[in-house]
Design a protein around this ligand. Structure first.
Ligand SMILES: NC(=O)c1ccc[n+]([C@@H]2O[C@H](COP(=O)([O-])OP(=O)(O)OC[C@H]3O[C@@H](n4cnc5c(N)ncnc54)[C@H](OP(=O)(O)O)[C@@H]3O)[C@@H](O)[C@H]2O)c1
Length: 316
């Protein structure tokens, strides 16, 4: 099969399109014919060598959508069944989705019923599951004023679609480090756009809910923009800082709440709830860009460029 293998850490040019043996099923694992996968910021970190547990060579990819090609669980995962998978060490401890086939433990393969196209479906599992989990943590209400810090990211824009799907008239503001993306953010559905300059929001405004995707690098500044009893959900770390330093939980939280979400906490019923939500509110998924497997390096280049906007998928 064709796959993208990383032999050593480095830039996008280290994503090598090559021929490798198609994996064979083993007890408790089934083979998926990959029909698409989303590209995630965490895979950029892994490619750069910032995931210490990952040993190269490795086929990256923490998610995939496709059909069962060979099974060890006829009952739940029959051949031809449409499935999605995320996390559970795929693309990290064992080979992941950047390939024509991926071998995965049955317990992390989720059958889905959906009318979405492969391109749309490929954009959903990791990104929308993360956005949906965070959305539930933030306990969004119709009259909330919401800020998405990292509004141009795939997860940020997925969150916007979920929120506007349920509450079309809600006030939801997005941030970017560049106002050149303002028109695109407004066209995507944000009510307003705030410049995030060197980790400082360029506004006096305060919000009921803040979806923090830049992470520990900016969270202290986010709490200066939260209303009392508000919630900050830290789900991302686009700022490249993993942990909080110099954060005083007594004073710096400003009478608000801090929570987080981890997509590794996968649960079949929440996954089904997500697909039901997409169906129920008739969300338009439409990934921003689609690449072929051989051009996966170009997908990474795009996500790392200053033009980066929204969800990028690859269709093998
Ligand atoms: N908790 C979880 O389980 C979980 C699951 C999935 C994703 N995540 C995290 O969620 C975040 C978003 O993921 P994604 O895949 O959607 O990202 P993405 O689409 O690759 O995000 C791209 C955006 O990140 C912004 N950005 C890039 N470098 C930055 C920096 N140094 N400082 C501030 N902003 C920067 C850029 O925005 P501008 O140029 O417009 O400023 C760019 O448009 C990531 O941190 C990812 O690791 C967490």
């Amino acid at each position: 099969m064709k796959a993208i293998v990383v032999y050593e850490a480095g830039g996008p040019e280290k994503l090598i399109y090559t021929e490798v043996p198609t994996p064979k099923v083993k007890p408790g694992w089934s083979l998926i014919k990959v029909k698409g996968f989303g590209v995630n910021h965490s895979e950029i970190f892994t490619r750069q060598g910032l995931s210490p547990s990952v040993k190269f060579p490795r086929i990256l990819g923490i998610e995939a959508v496709g059909e069962i090609a060979a099974t060890t669980d006829e009952q739940h995962l029959p051949v031809g069944q449409k499935v999605v998978s995320i996390m559970g060490e795929m693309g990290r401890e064992f080979d992941g989705g950047y390939a024509e086939y991926v071998l995965l433990p049955n317990k992390q393969i989720f059958p889905v019923t959906t009318q979405l196209s492969w391109a749309d479906l490929a954009a959903v599992p990791e990104t929308y599951y993360t956005a949906f989990g965070s959305y539930l943590r933030l306990k969004i209400k119709a009259d909330d004023k919401i800020l998405v810090r990292g509004g141009t990211s795939g997860v940020g824009l997925a969150f916007l679609k979920l929120v506007k799907g349920q509450f079309p008239d809600i006030k939801i503001v997005g941030t970017s480090r560049s106002l050149s993306k303002k028109d695109s953010l407004l066209a995507a559905g944000f009510t307003d756009v705030i410049l995030d300059q060197e980790g400082q929001l360029q506004t006096e405004k305060k919000f009921d809910k803040i979806f923090e995707l830049i992470g520990p690098a900016t969270i202290k500044n986010s709490f200066q923009h939260i209303l009392p009893e508000g919630i900050v959900c830290n789900t991302g770390l686009l700022g490249g800082q993993w942990y909080l330093e110099g954060f005083d939980p007594i004073f710096d939280t400003n009478n608000a709440y801090l929570t987080g979400f981890h997509s590794g906490d996968v649960d079949a019923s929440r996954m089904q709830q997500l697909f039901a939500f997409i169906d129920n509110y008739q969300l338009t998924i439409a990934p921003e860009k689609i690449f072929s497997l051989k051009d996966t390096a170009k997908a990474h280049e795009y996500l790392e460029s200053s033009q980066s906007f929204g969800k990028v998928v690859v269709l093998p």
